[in-house]
Design a protein around this ligand. Structure first.
Ligand code: G16
Ligand code: MG
Length: 222
């Protein structure tokens, strides 16, 4: 194992609740609908525009807005979301993540972010983690979102590695599929049954460790 590719939302910090809060408000204010709670997990790892389209489809309003209007709605959601993100501090880093980053750096493992979020640099800055990563893959540079492997391949290339040399960490089923398609080793965080495509699953971030990642990688290749 020479590199680790991190998902952001659900692994480094829990932004899903802020995404959902912003989508819910947008849906209420602009579409006059109430989004069901199930959308919080449904939108995990899905890009901003894809999420917007899923919500319009749910509201049966996909033909009511021009491409430009859809874009403007998604921008409004982002403004609502940024209000929440600006309040993030180091205290919002998920349990065990700082220790994991320390252990990986001590072992000279390269670290890269593979997030669908265009706000990833801002979020990492707010958490005080920006300088702990060697690269952040830019989702604007990849053609297809998760479950396509593109963002994980890009994250590996940004640290000069092929994905086969890397372990990817994800909390969303679409993300785990993306890691496997990229041919990296997949560590899932969350529900075992939901993330059954992963090479190993832990139920919470505090159960992640350098040894778990190395062991999972070595089992695959040694
Ligand atoms: C995250 C979230 C998604 C969000 C996406 C894009 O993905 O899980 O809900 O829609 O980023 O975010 P933004 O609107 O900030 O560009 P990930 O890949 O970090 O789990
Ligand atoms: Mg995630």
């Amino acid at each position: 194992m020479e590199g680790v590719l991190f998902d952001l939302d659900g692994i480094i910090t829990d932004t899903a609740k802020f995404h959902f809060k912003a989508w819910k408000q947008l849906a209420q204010d602009e579409l006059n609908i109430t989004l069901p709670a199930s959308f919080e997990s449904q939108l995990k790892g899905i890009s901003r525009m894809e999420s917007m389209k899923l919500i319009l489809k749910f509201a049966n309003l996909e033909d009511n807005f021009s491409e430009k209007e859809v874009f403007q709605l998604a921008n409004k959601k982002n403004e609502l979301y940024l209000r929440e993100i600006n309040k993030l501090t180091q205290a919002d880093i998920l349990p065990g993540i700082e220790n994991l980053l320390d252990a990986l750096a001590a072992n000279r493992i390269l670290l890269s972010i593979a997030s669908a979020s265009k706000n990833a640099p801002l979020i990492l800055e707010k958490l005080g983690l920006l300088n702990r990563f060697d690269a952040i893959a830019n989702p604007e540079n990849v053609a297809n979102g998760k479950p396509a492997p593109d963002i994980f391949i890009e994250a590996a290339h940004q640290i000069g590695l092929s994905p086969e040399k890397c372990v990817g960490i994800e909390d969303a089923p679409a993300g785990v599929i993306a890691i496997k398609k990229a041919k990296a080793v997949a560590v899932g965080v969350g529900d075992d049954a939901e993330l059954n495509e992963a090479d190993v699953v832990v139920n919470k971030t505090s159960n992640l460790s350098y040894l778990l990642l190395v062991d999972t990688y070595d089992k695959k290749y040694l």
